[in-house]
Design a protein. Structure first.
Length: 252
């Protein structure tokens, strides 16, 4: 068989694209694993006797772990350059960030940032709608969920909806927003109480300038329709059920 000389790139939605992507991603994973086996850099371990993790791949994103030492970071940079040379895929440093542990000195941070030419992550960003890191202040970490619900509800004009329309919006949109996050994290009770209070205000037609009487508590509205109530989800129980579902999947 003769050699294959490509003359043009793949078109959008070409059937070969996923296969080529998997091959390239596997090549990057093998290079990182090879460098770690040769002790050129060391990943992180969550416990003393656990194996180290050098990288995690999800779709077209990669999380790479190593110690904040100039010699290890230099080897990691060589690993990236080797992959770029072999695959002709270049790393987008403008969309890449560095994150350091709290015990890393300021001088080491500056040297490593200068070595890679990548900016340091300031604060704690979201990745795919979820917090990148876990904070001690859970109220601060998950406050963005409450803000999303408030923003969504304020964009709707309550006077244009009937009670049936409000029910559909609360069940199909507002409570569905929380499903993804609640299936991964335990949401603090303070955040849940604030979200339920905002939903109750929307249900009874209250505004910041004009509060209306809540004739039934939100806990009663969460009771099943068979008992004469609205059947809204109790978010605290819903959170526990989603996490229990994840545990069940691991056990199976």
């Amino acid at each position: 068989m003769g050699s294959l000389v490509p003359e043009r790139g793949l078109r959008h939605r070409d059937l070969l694209s996923p296969y080529l992507f998997v091959i390239c991603a596997h090549g990057l994973s093998e290079i990182l694993s090879h460098y770690e086996r040769d002790n050129l850099f060391k990943g992180v371990s969550i416990a003393k006797n656990c194996p180290s993790i050098s990288h995690l791949c999800f779709a077209d994103d990669n999380l790479i772990f190593c110690r904040a030492r100039p010699e290890e970071c230099a080897q990691l940079r060589c690993c990236m350059l080797l992959y770029s040379k072999a695959s002709r895929q270049f790393i987008n440093f403008e969309k890449s960030v560095l994150y350091f542990s709290l015990n890393t000195s300021g001088a080491s941070k500056r040297d490593i940032c200068s070595l890679f030419g990548i900016l340091q992550m300031e604060g704690h960003d979201l990745y795919l709608g979820l917090p990148t890191f876990s904070l001690r202040n859970k109220r601060l970490q998950f406050g963005y969920i409450r803000d999303q619900v408030v923003k969504k509800l304020r964009g709707w004009k309550k006077r244009l909806f009937s009670q049936g329309g409000k029910e559909v919006l609360l069940k199909s949109i507002i409570q569905a927003i929380l499903t993804y996050v609640m299936s991964c994290f335990i949401i603090p009770d303070t955040i849940i109480n604030e979200i339920e209070a905002v939903c109750a205000h929307f249900w009874w037609g209250s505004t910041p300038s004009h509060m209306r009487m809540h004739w039934i508590t939100w806990d009663d509205l969460c009771q099943p329709k068979a008992l004469g109530d609205m059947g809204f989800r109790d978010l605290s129980i819903f959170n526990q059920a989603l996490l229990g579902k994840q545990v069940w999947r691991f056990l199976q």
